[in-house]
Ligand binder design. Structure first.
Ligand SMILES: Nc1ncnc2c1ncn2[C@@H]1O[C@H](COP(=O)(O)OP(=O)(O)OP(=O)(O)O)[C@@H](O)[C@H]1O
Ligand SMILES: [Mg+2]
Length: 416
């Protein structure tokens, strides 16, 4: 789950602003004032929230039908847990069960019986990840419900499996399959884990591309809207699965070319035309995919405030190198130790460049992105890697491959 970018559309001549969480609500159940700021009713939980959803992942109807909260929560694919059950499953949300923290809240490791799905003794039964929402009101609830809605219906090997949820008083929780290798963000940017090899990076890119491609090509298209390294989770074999569907949105239907929304997403990953106009298309996800592909190649964060000037923005910094075969090694992750095929790296860089095209229409569809990545992964290495070149010359700004200042906060913030 994610914080949101709150940007009020420059196209309408509206100033950017940062709202408190009670005002962080999007079009579906908010009214827009002339200033573009969404207002919400003061009630903390809407009783009959309608959001767009689908009848079945494998058999979407053409016209998405809004479902009530009651309908969403009665999904036959999901177990409704009591708060007590999840308290027991996580040993009372003990700090040593903590897996991570995001904008939504804390994520704990828990154990449940795989048949009855009731809490089991720690160490026995099935391991799960339990996400506990910080009590922050309406926006949190809406994203929580959107996630239950989508993941209650969409099933694919590259989407994280939602096992169940808990709604009790102020408490909102989600129970997922446990992804033992955590997020891609942890592996790329945090100190500790072994650096990912080239082939694992390509495997992750392919898995994530399959997940996005599935969403975009569903009978009723789904736009994911929050594609970023922290939302790509990895299982024991580095199979990638997309998590966090709180911002997901139904794609345009009929003759419409886009959906108009309040801009939400994560700075550094969101497509420029979407940020500027609020017009959302599947090509916005393709742009974000290009940013993550660049992160995989360079080992750098989309936005890194510890860097100087224009180097803070990965896309701006890396773009000039991507189409240049001879200079590409300058932006490649030094943690790869030069162990990557030159041709494959160049193909991946060219692909990233296409995804990052400022013209949304010129970006390739995810099916094409996936095909190219599969080609890169299966093509034979040319027998040469970049080790020598990388030793000889370093990119000007890459003094150290270790992230300074530990984890740079990458949770979304309001755009300036
Ligand atoms: N299903 C899971 N299995 C294992 N670990 C998980 C799982 N879901 C989340 N985590 C861990 O919890 C961390 C926090 O996840 P969360 O989705 O709350 O935040 P985030 O993605 O880092 O940030 P944001 O709130 O911006 O999406 C992840 O980085 C990951 O390490
Ligand atoms: Mg996340």
């Amino acid at each position: 789950m994610s914080y949101v970018i709150h940007m009020f559309l420059p196209a309408l001549g509206i100033m950017g602003n940062c709202l408190d969480s009670s005002a962080k609500v999007e079009a579906a159940h908010s009214s827009r004032t002339p200033s573009g700021i969404s207002k919400t009713s003061p009630s903390s939980v809407p009783s009959n929230l309608s959001i767009l959803s689908y009848s079945e992942a494998s058999d979407f109807s053409n016209l998405p039908t809004p479902r009530s909260e009651g309908e969403i929560l009665s999904s036959p694919n999901l177990k409704a847990f009591t708060f007590n059950e999840l308290k027991n499953a996580t040993r009372n949300f003990r700090p040593d069960s903590l897996l991570g923290e995001g904008g939504f809240g804390f994520v704990y490791k828990g154990w449940i019986d795989e048949h009855t799905l009731t809490a089991s003794k720690p160490g026995s039964g099935m391991v799960v990840a339990v996400k506990k929402l910080k009590p922050e009101g309406l926006q949190g609830h809406k994203e929580w419900l959107t996630e239950v809605d989508y993941l209650g219906q969409l099933h694919h090997q590259n989407l994280v499996k939602l096992i169940g949820y808990c709604v009790e008083g102020e408490n909102r929780l989600l129970v997922y399959e446990f992804m033992s290798k955590g997020s891609l963000e942890n592996h790329l940017f945090r100190r500790g884990p072994q650096p990912l090899s080239w082939s694992v990076r390509m495997k992750v890119a392919i898995g994530a591309a399959r997940g996005l491609s599935f969403l975009h090509n569903a009978k009723s298209q789904v736009i994911y809207r929050d594609f970023k390294a922290s939302n790509i989770l990895l299982d024991a074999e580095f199979n990638a699965k997309l998590s966090d569907f709180g911002l997901a949105k139904a794609g345009p239907t009929g003759d419409r070319t886009h959906v108009s929304t309040q801009v939400m997403g994560t700075q550094g990953y969101a497509a420029p035309e979407y940020v500027a106009t609020g017009r959302l298309t599947a090509k916005s996800d393709v742009y974000s995919f290009g940013v993550v592909l660049l992160e995989l190649l360079s080992g750098r964060r989309a936005v890194d405030r510890s860097k100087a000037g224009e180097e803070q923005n990965l896309v701006e910094w890396a773009k000039p190198y991507l189409g240049d075969k001879r200079r590409l090694f300058r932006i490649m992750d030094t943690k790869l130790g030069g162990q990557y095929p030159q041709k494959g790296a160049y193909m991946a860089a060219t692909l990233a460049l296409k995804c990052l095209n400022r013209e949304a229409k010129a970006r390739p569809p995810m099916t094409e992105v996936l095909e190219t990545l599969e080609l890169i992964a299966t093509s034979k290495p040319a027998g040469r890697n970049c080790q020598l070149e990388q030793k000889r010359v370093h990119a000007p700004d890459r003094k150290s491959s270790v992230q300074k200042g530990s984890h740079l906060n990458h949770t979304p913030t309001a755009f300036p």
